[in-house]
Write a protein that binds this ligand. Structure first.
Ligand SMILES: [Ca+2]
Length: 445
């Protein structure tokens, strides 16, 4: 015990602690500058798995990369000025400050937390979400320490401007968030479902995970429904089997199926359009949200109807016009006519027969002379063709052997290409555009 006390005495001695803490702060700064340089100006951190694979979007991008440093989000979470001021005072007023052992204690605590988010983990892909790591301990410690420092140094004259800066910073975001509510409009969706399905019915969800989160609890509480999630699978046979198993197990005669992916079923459906907002995946706190839309398809089913469920094949896909269920990862529809692809975009083809087919893709839109699109087409993840698309219209035909078609499932078409940015050519459009697609057509051969 004596030894521990002696160590504590040393560590909390104001001269020694002022040396330790100043060296510590210097190390933090030097390390952060060094790693910031590595992150922003080298390819070293481009590799990473899981969430860290997102580094390919932000590493090696110069100053832009630095927003992804944890220290940057810690500053964002504490009104920008609190952390730099705290470190400044600890460094330059250390002797005076460490007369108060509480300040010494909180300074060590802060530096331990800061070390975790610098030495151990320097960056985060989504700082806005990562803020939750800082909130429980680091931010309270920082704020308490900051208050202790202000009162110890008797900095009355800076308190008013400080409060103004902090309030301005926080209220700016709060006001913007209040002006852009994200959960607007979903009540209509629940109402539309409740109009069709009586209370306490069984509803099977065959949806993406966003819809699962949105619908499961809300339908349970609002309509007293029994909600069962059966995955996001797109194979009709799997869905039929799953629902049949549940009906047998629960001894049910009837149920409902709500799906985001099975648009081509032959009957019994009500289509519900749903528009909703999401925050964009970006590093700073969101100041706007993006409007997205989805189509839900509601089916009323019993055992007989389930057995008879067949899919109407679609052979014509009009992109840009009511195409929400076909397209994935493309830009918004323009003039109800076409959509631009990104460097990787998808079209879901509701074609279920094992046939040799040809797929005709109609592309439109400009493209700079010195930068044509080099397009590669994948069908169910198999590379099947590649070609060059220059400015203007192009109807391109691709032959697909029946071996590549998945029986009874939705076929996935992936379109990859290099992109061009119109803002580099004098247009007021900062998107990275691939090719503009007007329609696709399947013909059996
Ligand atoms: Ca079209």
């Amino acid at each position: 015990m004596n030894k521990i006390n002696k160590i504590l005495d040393l560590v909390f001695n104001k001269k020694i602690s002022s040396v330790i803490i100043r060296i510590w702060i210097l190390l933090l700064i030097v390390f952060t500058v060094y790693k910031g340089y590595i992150l922003g100006w080298s390819e070293y951190m481009l590799v990473g798995e899981g969430a860290w694979s997102l580094r390919k979007y932000y590493a090696n991008k110069g100053l832009y990369s630095l927003q992804y440093l944890n220290i940057f989000s810690i500053m964002m979470a504490s009104a920008i000025i609190v952390l730099p001021l705290t470190l400044w005072f600890l460094f330059f007023k250390s002797r005076q400050l460490f007369k108060n052992p509480l300040i010494t204690y909180f300074s060590y605590s802060l530096l331990i937390c800061m070390s975790i988010y610098t030495f151990i983990r320097i960056d985060t892909p989504l700082n806005y979400y990562a803020s939750r790591y800082f909130l429980p301990v680091l931010i309270p410690v920082l704020i308490i320490l900051f208050i202790l420092i202000i009162s110890k140094l008797n900095l009355k004259f800076v308190i008013i401007p400080l409060i103004i800066i902090i309030c301005l910073f926080n209220f700016t975001y709060n006001i913007i968030l209040m002006q852009n509510p994200i959960f607007e409009g979903s009540f209509n969706l629940f109402n539309e479902i409740m109009e069709e399905a009586p209370k306490k019915s069984y509803i099977f969800l065959n949806t993406d995970s966003y819809s699962r989160k949105l619908l499961t609890l809300n339908l349970k509480y609002l309509g007293d429904f029994n909600v069962i999630y059966i995955g996001n699978g797109k194979s009709l046979n799997q869905i039929k089997n799953k629902i049949n198993l549940y009906l047998e197990e629960l001894k049910l005669e009837e149920c409902y199926l709500l799906s985001t992916s099975l648009s081509g079923l032959n009957k019994y459906y009500k289509k519900i359009d749903f528009t909703f907002h999401v925050f964009p995946q970006q590093i700073l706190y969101p100041t706007k949200n993006i409007l997205l839309s989805k189509n839900y398809f509601l089916y009323k089913l019993d055992r007989k109807k389930i057995t008879n469920l067949k899919i109407n094949e679609e052979t014509f896909y009009d992109i840009g016009n009511e195409d929400g269920i076909f397209v994935d990862n493309m830009y918004e529809a323009e003039n109800n006519k076409f959509r631009w692809t990104k460097n990787k975009s998808y079209v879901n083809l509701y074609y279920y027969k094992k046939n040799n087919i040809k797929l005709i893709i109609k592309m439109v839109g400009p493209r700079p002379k010195n930068n044509p699109a080099s397009v590669t087409i994948y069908f169910n993840d198999e590379k099947i063709d590649s070609f060059i698309k220059e400015s203007g219209d192009l109807e391109y035909t691709i032959y697909i052997p029946k071996d590549l078609i998945k029986d009874g499932e939705v076929q996935k078409l992936r379109i990859e290409s290099n992109t061009w940015n119109p803002s580099n050519y004098g247009y007021n459009d900062r998107r990275n555009l691939g090719v503009a697609i007007d329609w696709l057509k399947i013909e059996e051969v």
